[in-house]
Design a protein around this ligand. Sequence first.
Ligand code: ADP
Length: 196
Amino acid sequence: MLTVFLGPPGAGKGTQAARLAAKYGSPQISTGDMLRAAVAAGTPLGERVDGIMKSGDLVPDDLMLEVVEERLDQPDCASGAILDGYPRTRGQAEALDPLAQRIGQGEVSLVLMLDVPEEEVIRRISGRREDAGGGGGRDDDQEHVVLERMRVYRELTEPLVEYYRDKGVLTEIAGVGTVDEIFDRIDAAVRENLSG
Ligand code: ADP
């Protein structure tokens, strides 16, 4: 089964997806991490996406689909995966279901939307930038890039909340509180999904 994390930049998708993956022994597929690794390694994919990521924009859907498809085809995804960072557009979501079916995962069965107020995500990301100090941290955590990532999120990714709500697979999770508190909410939603 495929579980998808949705939520604005800085919502904590990566942190929570990693915990969920550890608890259930399912691979975590973080497209942001995969792309950053490609940039760091200087692969052809990395060269193509470097500038796009630095500006806070999205990598084109067709390229993302190739990246995700190649990853989901690996044997460790045979019994499912936790997706963190994909899908991010309507086109990506529409491409995911047939792909999930082809690899025997059925359709996406649980979408966890991490709800975090915008002021809070901006505060968290600036904290992440300050913690990293001068020169450290993610290139795309600079303030103007964060604002662009938020804009792109609202315009292209947020509509997926309705898309998945209409399909009856959306669960909203309050993304504020401690990491443990948020994880408990997520885990409760996952168990309910498994038992239902
Ligand atoms: P965020 O904290 O903003 O959610 P991520 O680490 O998930 O960041 O992604 C960082 C960047 O990688 C995005 O701003 C985008 O440029 C690129 N990216 C990651 N996943 C996707 C995707 N599914 N579609 C397009 N671009 C993506």
